[in-house]
Write a protein that binds this ligand. Sequence first.
Ligand code: HSE
Length: 428
Amino acid sequence: MKKTLNVAIAGLGVVGSGVYEILIEEIDLINKRSRQNIKLIGVASRSKKDFVDRKKVKYFDNILDLVDAQEVDVIVETIGGEDVAYELCKQALKNGKHFVTANKAMIANHGMELADLASRNNVSLCFEAAVAGSIPILKSLKEGLVANKISKIYGILNGTCNYILSKMEEDNLDFKVALKQAQDLGYAEADPAFDIENTDSAHKLAILASIAKNSEVDFKALHIEGITKISINDIRFAGEFGYKIKSLGIFEDISENEIRQSVYPALIKKGEKLATVGDSYNAILSYGNNCKWNFQVGRGAGSRPTASAVVADIVDIANGSNPFPFGCDVKDLKIVKTIGLQEREGAYYLRFNIQKSFAQNKEFLNKIFSDISIIEQSIIKEIDADNFIYALKLAKIKETQVNEILANIDNLGQITDVNLIRIEDFNK
Ligand code: HSE
């Protein structure tokens, strides 16, 4: 006779309602695949009361009451943010309840403390849904790829950003129109600035970096650049150079005690696997010393894809599987240094506007570049009677040199609307 595992959901937004629906609609299939019968017994939410079938599921008016409900074994948190969710998580773990969450901000900022609490109270803390939606990347790194030292991760980690960049390219959509569509489809955060400024991807990358390196999450150390400066022109020019623009989270293992973790838009060659990933899909390309390159792709946002990962965590708990939240005992997580991008060497894309009168003879290029031979390709287009737009593809140089170029541009005082984008080469 199978035992029963009682589950309650806190928060019925996009993800929570997806979990609710799956646990009602697909429960027979899920229980066939699980060592315990999973039963949804409670829901707490500030809104959507009507959504709940009260004959089957108890409605808790106060979210925090879930932590004292004797009958609840697992709390699923899909509220988001770091206020109520964080309080709920701490109390739940202290009260011996397993905790499943899709909350990347909470895990990126408080993950160490919460993993420690889970360990002390001998319960599970699971957050597969927090990173890359439906892709089981945390399970892959912690379980399937456990025999590997992961030295590189390149991830498309935000469905909203990928949707926006893809729709700008494919349908010529304006940035704001594409963002509105992503919001309507339930991909974006409550405050979409988290998506387009890449804070959301940064939360996810910080979690991935910690698991890859077995180091403490250090979100504050991340280098973060958003996608708000990317124009349709950039996407077209990149295309002419043979590249696509994707927003990437990048982890690099530099040395025993040093990593690099950054999130920024980047040009990647059209033939690369990551370049083919569009719409709201996420993808992760990683390198492990034994497995070599690994590539995973799947829906990174939206109700059911994210809920699918939440339910997988519940089934893990029902099966008695309890891998360490960050891949090893929290006591064994190292403190490592995040080094900046100043030592980066790579190719770059540079775009700017310049008055035609000033651009005559292209003499200004000598004032910007100490060596103009680093310009490998260029596109010059007229934007109106008085101005040109320039797009340049620069050879592999050091980031410090790029900063000098940007300073020279600034000093000239004649160039506006500058955008610099890194070019990522995965074969380096
Ligand atoms: N706003 C997030 C995204 C949701 O667009 O990827 C999934 O974490």
